[in-house]
Design a protein around this ligand. Structure first.
Ligand SMILES: [Zn+2]
Length: 315
């Protein structure tokens, strides 16, 4: 099969490799120095090459970050690329700095050791669309003593003490869970289960951040936004009371990404839980207080080490 692209469809550079028939489908696997390794369907490729869209560099940020963080190629489809690009387009300056510290933390093997970051080609990791923006962020991090550079002009940096404090304060560490996505039915009768059960267990008892998509936005449809939110989370709490179809999907998506999924259901609904998922050990709760205690215990049992580690840069 002849080559399909003459340049990377995202960054338009010519240094890249392409392999057709990705996973046996009419899609290509592209390996690019800037955009990372990603997959793209032929229809999406045609769609992108016609558009010359200003969103393309932001899509490159997405593919690069998925490759870096999850070591899997993100697959660009006609249906998902715009929303994924939008996710990166509106990042604030401080979120970009957070991404720099996150990369630094992930790449630092031992406290005090140097890590490599080549901002000339790795700038999409910081939601930056040019190496100048990435250079600017690095300079700022050095001025703030968050990072230091052992050899001026090189590609090696070290996280400073202030940098570790920053990572600790902002919960950026990859070593500890930080964000919990909650999948559940939005029937008003279940609001107390969230407000008095799940949320205080996550936020007050375990000091993690709890995230539930708004009922208005959700509308029982699985949109890219939800998938992106699950991807950003460390834990998915899936409550099957009322047997909402979306919850099965969200829990399954979390599992597929290797997230910790915690299953729960109110006692009187246990019999309705789908056969395929009954094998998972559900928290069976009677009231919100009871749900709070069980969920807290489950998270702490699973993440005790991580929670301890998050209290200091002790790696
Ligand atoms: Zn590229």
């Amino acid at each position: 099969m002849p080559d399909f692209f003459t340049k990377c469809p995202l960054c338009l550079r010519e240094q890249f490799k392409q392999s057709p028939m990705y996973q046996g489908r009419d899609a290509y696997l592209v390996e690019c120095l800037i955009c990372g390794t990603y997959a793209i369907s032929r229809t999406a490729a045609v769609n992108l090459s016609d558009s010359h869209d200003e969103l393309l560099p932001w899509l490159s940020c997405h593919t690069r970050q998925v490759w870096e963080e999850e070591a899997r190629p993100f697959e660009i489809l006609t249906t998902n690329w715009r929303s994924m690009a939008e996710l990166h387009k509106s990042t604030s300056l401080s979120q970009k700095l957070d991404k720099l510290l996150k990369v630094a933390e992930r790449r630092t093997e031992v406290l005090g050791s140097a890590f490599r970051f080549d901002h000339g080609v790795e700038f999409p990791l910081l939601d930056a669309i040019s190496h100048e923006t990435a250079g600017f962020l690095i300079l700022h991090a050095i001025e703030m003593s968050l990072l230091s550079q052992p050899h001026a002009g090189g590609v090696y940096y070290k996280i400073g003490f202030a940098g570790w404090q920053y990572i600790e304060r902002t919960g950026l560490s990859s070593q500890a869970p930080a964000r919990v996505f909650v999948a559940m039915s939005f029937k008003p009768e279940l609001n107390p289960a969230y407000d008095d059960g799940i949320k205080p267990a996550v936020e007050n008892d375990c000091l993690l951040s709890c995230y539930r998509i708004d009922r208005e936005e959700h509308n029982d449809k699985i949109c890219d936004r939800i998938l992106a939110d699950i991807r950003r989370s460390h834990i998915v709490v899936a409550d099957f009371t009322n047997n909402a179809a979306g919850v099965y999907f969200e829990a399954g998506f979390g599992l597929a990404l290797g997230k910790t999924v915690i299953w729960s259901v109110r006692e009187d609904h246990l019999k309705d839980v789908h056969f395929d998922t009954r094998q998972y050990n559900h928290i069976v709760w009677k009231n919100p207080e009871d749900l709070r205690t069980s969920l807290r215990d489950r998270i702490q049992a699973k993440f005790q080490d991580a929670v301890n580690r998050s209290h200091g840069p002790s790696r």
